[in-house]
Design a protein around this ligand. Structure first.
Ligand code: HEM
Length: 321
């Protein structure tokens, strides 16, 4: 037998005996097991059962699938942000995982920010699936079957925010600076209020019931881990790195302006009637809540000039100085 194979079998025998297990039994398992198929690896059959329209309108499938695609992209974003939050994992060349780094390196920070922008760009560019890619008449019918749910209840969207910035940056002026007070005054909690009664919308109350505990805990644990904090922990020289600053600003623009404008455009296209705005499934006063120039959420305000902040959200930002 090839010496390389024999060496590998010896290494495997050492690996298993170190944990008191028997290599012979594992080899039996290997002999008996079937080759892995793509469909099993990707869980394709399960994935394709996850689209369950509530009506027979064909375009409802587009609506569901595009939301799912977006949620998967959000998952990719969180996968990268988490590594900034935790300083990145140390994986040796032989695949051994040695846990989290003690300190975040500039190289890793830059690489992760690049990936975040790539994902956000794909989402922004593909949003016309929602703007031009659905029949409005069908949309206005099938949306009634999904009341009172709304993309507003996307917990991954909120996790990206909490993992990216100090909570005070996404909280309204009315907080006394501590985490819980900032949490209770997050801009989206203030946005989902019924104008007539001043009460929280049912969509918000339902979301809070499901996720408040988890998001509060995440907010607490991100105080010294969020992207903005990690940036401030860099050395003075690294903090001035132009490439990193550009990438961070780009992410802020992509998430807090460009994606929100693309999304707002889909709301206008599908929910604006000839004479008036149509009430949204989540019940917010969406035409004054959604536009980024009113929300003015900025993850890294210290990186922007007064002028840039003043003009925040007034138009798309394509190039960055
Ligand atoms: C035709 C397509 C869409 C329309 C008409 C629409 C409409 C709306 C409206 C009106 C709101 C405000 C909350 C409410 O009252 O319901 C909202 C919020 C939201 N939607 Fe959509 N949406 C669309 C597609 C999407 C997609 C594909 C996603 C992806 C997950 C999404 C994610 C969100 C998020 C994250 C919020 C909260 C935004 C914030 O707090 O600034 N929406 N949407």
């Amino acid at each position: 037998m090839d010496k390389k194979i024999i060496d590998k079998i010896n290494l495997l025998a050492q690996k298993y005996s170190a944990t008191g297990q028997n290599l012979d039994s594992y080899l039996d398992g290997l002999l008996l097991s079937d080759f892995l198929g793509y469909w099993d690896y990707i869980n394709l059959d399960t994935l394709l059962t996850l689209q369950k329209p509530k009506t027979d309108f064909p375009d409802e499938k587009i609506f569901i699938i595009y939301h799912q695609i977006t949620e998967l992209y959000f998952k990719l974003c969180i996968n990268e942000i988490e590594q900034i939050n935790e300083n990145g994992r140390i994986i040796k060349d032989d695949g051994q995982d040695l846990g989290w780094n003690k300190k975040l390196s500039l190289e890793l920070f830059i690489e992760k920010m690049k990936r975040l922008n790539r994902y956000m760009k794909n989402l922004i560019e593909s949003f016309d699936v929602m703007i031009d890619g659905m029949d409005k008449r069908e949309f206005l019918k099938f949306r009634m079957a999904l009341l009172p749910s709304s993309g507003f209840q996307s917990v991954q969207f909120r996790k990206i925010e909490i993992r990216s910035t100090e909570i005070k940056n996404i909280s309204s002026g009315k907080n006394n600076g501590d985490i819980l007070s900032c949490y209770d005054n997050l801009y989206w909690k203030k946005g989902a209020i019924e104008l007539s009664t001043g009460k929280k919308t049912y969509t918000l109350r339902q979301f809070e019931r499901k996720y408040d505990l988890e998001l509060r805990e995440l907010s607490r644990s991100m105080v010294t881990k969020n992207i903005s904090y990690k940036y401030n922990q860099l050395s003075e020289t690294d903090k001035e790195n132009k490439h990193l600053i550009k990438l961070m600003k780009e992410f802020d623009y992509n998430f807090n302006i460009n994606w929100k404008l693309a999304h707002y455009k889909s709301a206008v296209k599908n929910l604006k009637g000839k004479k008036s705005f149509i009430e949204a499934t989540g019940g917010t006063n969406w035409e004054s809540y959604l536009p980024p120039k009113f929300q003015k959420t900025i993850f890294f305000p210290q990186l922007f000039s007064d002028e840039e902040i003043k003009n925040w959200g007034k138009s798309w930002v394509e190039s960055i100085k």
